[in-house]
Design a protein around this ligand. Structure first.
Ligand SMILES: Cc1ncc(COP(=O)(O)O)c(C=O)c1O
Length: 427
């Protein structure tokens, strides 16, 4: 069998059917912001491989660090053992994440980091003998991952609640805030939040939020004041605050972590995706001394989780090197440049008949269409324009690697404008 037919016959892709007629393109190599396809075509990557690949592909310093580490050890179990890459990474994460986060649990993917955060919150209240606090409050249009607990706090309509309804824990959902980023938070949004937290205080372990940007659930940018209110109300009603910075972390929104827009810090924070500069899969759940001490204080006196590949040394090396690269770069200036160009050049789409609105924040540019796009034709059209853009539902968005220069970004934006102009939605 040829490689395309093996792929088609035997390999599942994300959210796809085995008998799908959607095209899948074989990537032979990648460098900087370009993906090189097997057929020789080159595509400028507008997705940074789903928010991750911030320094671009095949980065010499990243490669060198990983080559050096692989000669020492690629993996070793973390039970009873530790290693320099985990220690170095931990020092950096404590330094760059908001105080008082200082206890770190490493895991393999964003969804697992969310599961870990939810377990931490439940175990915290269990240790405080408040065993009714087992549930979570989340927002409509939220997305926190594909595993069961993460699914349970993701949007009940656009998520997978209908299909897995009988197996999912029922959680409480609040309407997503209407108050937009850069604007004050409406009293209506605050009232709705307070009403829900107050009503469910005795049964709620934590409120979980994607700070500032709701990503895969709708690419919605909301008021930083909402986040400040969330923090205040969680304290008032004795509910932990979990911030899921998996998509927003490491500069994407213009701040290192999106919660910095609100000057708040959560009780528990999840990071992943760009943590390793997109090189390896690694995620982490960070928390405070108070949460970890409380968990330790009561039987079973340990936090009940421990993945096989916890703190994988190669992944920790990638993360450590990626954070160095990011902090040594002029990333704020670069994100500002990307943001300005996205605002200037993408905004024309707002005047098209098939577009609802264009929104930009940091290195994220979103065109919300009036109707869901036809994935097959739109993907082919983008590839024919020499760019890699993967929309979902009504959303066509760009979140390129931070290292993209203005001419490559212009090629990406021009392709989006052209494809949208000619696109008729799915039937
Ligand atoms: C905010 C957020 N949380 C969690 C996840 C899940 O991460 P992963 O796909 O690494 O499991 C994602 C993935 O898109 C995400 O955007």
């Amino acid at each position: 069998m040829t490689s395309p037919s093996i792929d088609k016959e035997h390999i599942w892709h994300p959210y796809s059917a085995m008998n799908s007629n959607l095209p899948v393109y074989e990537v032979e190599s990648a460098k900087g912001v370009r993906l090189k396809l097997k057929d020789g075509r080159e595509l400028i990557d507008g997705m940074a491989s789903w928010w991750c690949m911030i320094h671009g592909y095949n980065h010499p310093q990243m490669n060198q660090a990983l080559e050096k580490q692989i000669k020492k050890m690629s993996h070793v179990m973390f039970g009873g053992l530790t290693h320099r890459p985990a220690i170095e990474l931990t020092k950096k994460l404590i330094e760059i994440t908001p105080e008082p986060l200082e206890k770190i649990f490493y895991s393999d993917s964003g969804s697992v980091a969310v599961e870990v955060a939810m377990k931490m919150a439940i175990q915290y209240w269990y240790a405080k003998d408040q065993t009714t606090k087992q549930h979570f409050i989340s927002l409509r249009s939220a997305y926190h991952g594909d595993t069961f607990a993460a699914m349970s706090v993701s949007d009940p309509e656009t998520g997978m609640h209908r299909l897995f309804k009988e197996s999912l824990t029922t959680q409480i959902f609040i309407k997503q805030p209407d108050s937009r980023f850069g604007q004050p938070c409406s009293q209506k949004d605050i009232d709705e939040l307070e009403k829900t937290l107050k009503h469910h205080a005795t049964t709620t372990a934590a409120l979980i939020l994607e700070p500032i940007v709701q990503g895969a659930g709708g690419m919605w940018f909301y008021s930083s004041e909402y986040l400040q209110q969330a923090k205040k109300l969680c304290e008032k009603y004795n509910i932990l605050l979990i911030l899921d910075e998996i998509a927003t972390g490491f500069g994407r929104t213009g701040k290192l972590f999106a919660c910095e827009y609100a000057n708040i810090s959560p009780d528990i924070m999840c990071i992943g995706k760009a943590l390793t500069g997109g090189y390896m899969t690694l995620a982490a759940t960070l928390t405070t001394k108070d949460v970890s001490n409380t968990i330790d204080s009561t039987s079973p006196n340990v936090f009940m989780h421990g993945p096989t590949f916890m703190a994988n040394p190669l992944a920790c090396t990638a993360a450590d090197t990626s954070i160095d690269l990011l902090l040594k770069s002029n990333w704020q200036e670069q994100i500002k440049k990307i943001e300005t160009q996205l605002k200037n050049e993408l905004s024309i789409c707002g005047s098209f008949d098939n577009v609802t609105e264009v929104r930009v924040l940091g290195a994220i540019g979103v065109v919300e269409m009036k109707q869901a796009v036809d994935m097959k034709s739109i993907t082919e059209n983008f590839v024919n324009e020499g760019v890699w853009v993967r929309p979902f539902a009504k959303l066509i968005y760009l979140m390129p690697p931070f290292v993209i220069d203005s001419s490559d970004l212009s090629i990406l934006i021009t392709a989006v404008i052209k494809v949208i102009k000619n696109h008729s939605s799915s039937k």
